[in-house]
Design a binder for this molecule. Structure first.
Ligand SMILES: N[C@@H](CCC(=O)N[C@@H](CS)C(=O)NCC(=O)O)C(=O)O
Length: 209
């Protein structure tokens, strides 16, 4: 049965379209225009109480009954468990997936998003402190990623996992947060490898808005 993806064309939204494409799951897109305030509509809040995209509704949830899931990290874990793809069962192999997924959810996203925010401010005085702080943190995080990818092909080891989909959603916006991937050679190699995957490419081109 077809999963409904409630989303918009943003880094967090793209994580899930990439995962759905990579997992070969059937889905339909229901755009939630966050610029027009549609994330505050009661019917969306019933599924996603934090008024943020993405969210999914799976009519074929556990026990064969429907389930909704919000928070992109929770959605990726749900889909990985549902399909048995991109999320190893073995506890030792699963630990790095969880580590790098949580690293993205707690840092490589929230911090980068602050750069996007402060860049929009018209007043130089208003944006200076925040832009400086979050740009430095963003570069630090890219450095962490680069050192990791000097050791392994993908964030959790030799195989692509849901952690890569999560991180890729934000790396996709590197130009917007003013990061030159040429300065992070290992991230650059990983980024190009991921983007060359046909299913990932579909996840970034499917219309979400
Ligand atoms: N931790 C959430 C963050 C989701 C999030 O920030 N979504 C943004 C778009 S990328 C949003 O819906 N913003 C609407 C708003 O701020 O009202 C997740 O990963 O799902």
């Amino acid at each position: 049965m077809t999963i409904e993806l409630l989303t918009w064309n943003t880094p967090n939204g793209r994580k899930i379209s990439v995962a759905l494409e990579e997992m070969g799951l059937a889905y339909t897109v229901k755009p939630v225009n966050i610029g027009q305030g549609e994330q505050f509509r009661p019917e969306f809040l019933a599924i996603s109480p934090n008024n943020r995209i993405p969210a999914i509704v799976d009519p074929d949830g556990p026990g064969g009954t429907p389930i909704s899931v919000f928070e992109s990290g929770a959605i990726l874990l749900y889909l990985g468990r549902k399909t048995g793809k991109f999320l190893p069962d073995d506890p030792r192999a699963q630990v790095p997936v969880l580590e790098w997924l949580m690293w993205q959810m707690g840092g490589f996203g929230p911090m980068l998003g602050q750069v996007h925010h402060f860049l929009q401010l018209a007043s130089e005085a208003d944006r200076r402190y925040g832009l400086d702080r979050y740009s430095k943190e963003t570069r630090r995080l890219y450095g962490v990623a680069d050192r990791r990818l000097a050791e392994v092909a993908y964030f959790a080891g030799p195989e692509v996992t849901i952690a890569d989909f999560a991180i890729l959603g934000w790396a996709w916006r590197h130009e917007r947060h003013k990061v030159d991937l040429g300065e992070f050679a290992n991230v650059d190699r990983w980024y190009r490898t991921m983007m060359a995957r046909p299913a990932t490419a579909r996840g970034f081109t499917v219309a979400l808005s």
